[in-house]
Design a binder for this molecule. Structure first.
Ligand SMILES: Nc1ncnc2c1ncn2[C@@H]1O[C@H](COP(=O)(O)OP(=O)(O)OP(=O)(O)O)[C@@H](O)[C@H]1O
Length: 253
């Protein structure tokens, strides 16, 4: 069974039809990357899959469960987590405080907190484990606003992992990063447990081909082609779409 299944998803913003009858499947353990020129509808597709914006038509299923009408936060309970193009962190709080909030948001006691967060032992243990795994234990007291842009984006991925998702959606995880940060982030994505399936929007072709098991090309809001990295890189029509239009500036960056 597919972990994520998107069927006939369509979305318009007033007269502008952004997504047209999109079909997409992510299998268990799969790392699936979406590419396409600027304005192809990639981020809008993520917004619709995660319930950030309503779609006009279509079905989204997570592990067979229809989540199409669920609000965004409920989809997290169904096993979906995501990062955004612009980060969603609490800049004035420390790394560990951000993590405590992210873990607590997934706990059954999240709406009835009667004591300070650091007295919830299960949450503190999970936080310590993640901070250690991600080599952030020593830096846990650092305030987020003082971190580099690349560190903030990495922290965002860690916070998304804190909800123990079955599928993680990453929207341009390396955008705005230095070459060194891009390499670090790519390694980190490669090292994520296979138990978490990935759906990633990415423009940097080196990153795309170093993480993708399958690639979907989105063009003018439609799925143009889904295939293996070899199928996509060898397809002349994809090259024409991707390098003939709005992706050029990304490809050359
Ligand atoms: N809230 C909105 N209201 C109106 N139009 C929107 C809105 N969000 C996106 N669009 C339009 O929808 C189209 C697709 O945008 P989207 O951001 O999904 O593309 P994208 O493939 O993610 O692009 P990029 O690679 O530049 O991030 C664009 O024409 C965009 O201007």
């Amino acid at each position: 069974m597919s972990l994520l299944q998107v069927e006939r998803l369509s979305k318009s913003y007033k007269a502008l039809q952004v997504l047209k009858q999109v079909h997409l499947e992510v299998k268990p353990e799969e790392r699936h990357v979406i590419i396409g020129p600027n304005g192809a509808g990639k981020t809008t597709l993520f917004h619709c899959i995660t319930g950030v914006v309503p779609m006009n038509e279509g079905i989204v299923r997570i592990h067979g469960q229809d989540v199409s009408r669920m609000p965004s936060h409920t989809r997290v309970s169904a096993g979906m987590a995501r990062t955004f193009q612009k980060n969603n962190l609490f800049g004035k709080l420390t790394i560990e405080e951000n993590l405590h909030l992210a873990i607590t948001a997934c706990k059954p006691y999240r709406n009835r907190l009667f004591k300070p967060l650091n007295q919830y032992r299960d949450m503190m243990e999970e936080a310590e484990e993640l901070l250690t795994q991600w080599n952030l234990w020593e830096r846990r007291k650092r305030v987020v606003n003082e971190l580099s842009y690349g560190e903030q984006r990495l922290l965002e991925i860690m916070l998304a992992i804190a909800s123990k998702p079955r599928i993680l959606l990453l929207d341009e995880p390396t955008s705005g990063m230095s070459p060194a940060e891009t390499i670090q982030t790519t390694k980190l994505i490669q090292g994520l447990p296979r138990s978490i399936s990935l759906l990633v929007i990415e423009h940097d072709m080196e990153v795309v081909f170093s993480i993708a098991d399958r690639i979907t090309v989105l063009h003018h809001g439609e799925v143009f082609l889904t295939g293996s990295p070899d199928e996509i890189s060898g397809d002349e029509r994809v090259k024409a779409i991707y390098f003939g239009g709005g992706a050029r500036e990304h490809a050359q960056a």
